[in-house]
Design a protein around this ligand. Structure first.
Ligand code: SF4
Ligand code: MG
Length: 329
């Protein structure tokens, strides 16, 4: 299958600066060699605890942050080193929805102007066409037509996220990076926004990189899931396979925290010890070894590779790659 997005060995490092002179004192490897693909019409869920680097992946692809190394291809063309003119045309295909609908919408602009902004910036339509297009977008995301003349503060959180979605759709993008788009919303509203995103995908053939810290959200939207820990993907594969048989102990822990309606089917809760270590100083060997319930000697010295352990599924764990079977306690 031709991939819409291909990310190869992406690295995004930040310098740590210390002292009055702000001298560089090491670096934080926020994203440290991440690879994945997204097909047309597909959603890849990128999940992990806060600070694991998942938003940095999204921002690096969007070129909102400078990449340290690696390749990003959109529709077969490299976009990781585009000059400003090239970036502009890339923006039409690649859009973003941010976590916080409160701060990502300009409070001084009316909703109509907010949604029209990308159209004006790209000069893609006449004044009348813009007005018509904005009306269409407003209805498409489930807002009332009179929203066009109101201000963001007059809307609820869920409605504001719908405004953000309408703006992201304005230029007919192919891929939208959704960076925790429902995390700031009430649980009752989250499902509505997630369903809207799914409906839009079906209608428009969109692809999503859907970033979240919560497996419960990711498992509803994704075709494939990538699990990140301390700057690296530790497991990636088809959604159903990951849910049925998570191979990496960290994936197992994340899934065990998701409540299920039938208590008989509830997974045994795996509570991880300790906090996520600092990405400025990740543990040697397997980065997860300080928290993994299965750590053994090899884990402390040898870093597991992200190997394909069965077709379409990769996991970075010495146990998973040795046996290809699920760990049990
Ligand atoms: Fe746990 Fe070792 Fe596997 Fe890392 S390699 S996840 S420490 S069992
Ligand atoms: Mg984030």
């Amino acid at each position: 299958m031709t991939q819409l997005l291909e990310v190869r060995d992406l690295k995004t490092y930040f310098p740590i600066r210390k002292g009055l002179l702000r001298r560089t004192a090491g670096q934080v490897k926020a994203v440290d060699g991440v690879s994945f693909t997204i097909a047309p019409g597909e959603t890849l869920g990128l999940v992990g605890e806060s600070g694991c680097g998942k938003s940095t992946v999204g921002r690096s692809i969007l070129r909102l942050l400078p990449l340290t190394a690696g390749e990003v291809m959109l529709n077969g063309s490299r976009i990781d080193h585009l000059p400003p003119a090239g970036l502009r045309s890339m923006r039409r295909e690649l859009q973003v929805i941010f976590q916080d609908p409160y701060s990502s919408l300009s409070p001084r602009l009316k909703v109509g102007a907010i949604i029209a902004e990308p159209l004006r910036n790209f000069g893609v339509a006449s004044r009348d066409e813009i007005r018509g297009r904005v009306r269409d977008l407003i209805t498409k995301v489930g807002l009332r037509p009179d929203a066009i003349d109101r201000y963001p503060h007059q809307f609820s959180g869920g409605q504001r996220q719908r405004i953000g979605i309408a703006r992201a759709l304005a230029l007919n993008p192919k891929l939208i990076v959704c960076d925790e788009p429902v995390s700031a919303l009430d649980v009752s509203v989250q499902a509505q926004v997630v369903n809207l995103l799914k409906d839009l995908q079906a209608e428009l053939g969109l692809s999503y990189l859907f970033i979240a810290h919560d497996m419960a959200v990711v498992e509803h939207v994704s075709h494939r899931i990538a699990v990140m820990y301390l700057g690296k993907i530790v497991e990636i594969g088809e959604r159903r396979q990951i849910l049925a048989e998570p191979l990496h102990p960290y994936t197992q822990a994340l899934l065990s925290a998701v409540p299920v309606p039938n208590p008989k089917l509830q997974r045994r809760r795996i509570v991880l010890k300790g906090d996520v270590p600092s990405p400025a100083n990740p543990p040697a060997g397997c980065r997860f070894h300080t928290r993994c319930p299965y750590t053994f000697d090899r884990c402390r010295v040898e870093e597991p590779r992200l190997d394909e352990v069965r077709p379409g599924r990769s996991a970075a764990c010495h146990l998973a790659s040795a046996s290809g079977t699920q760990l049990t306690t």
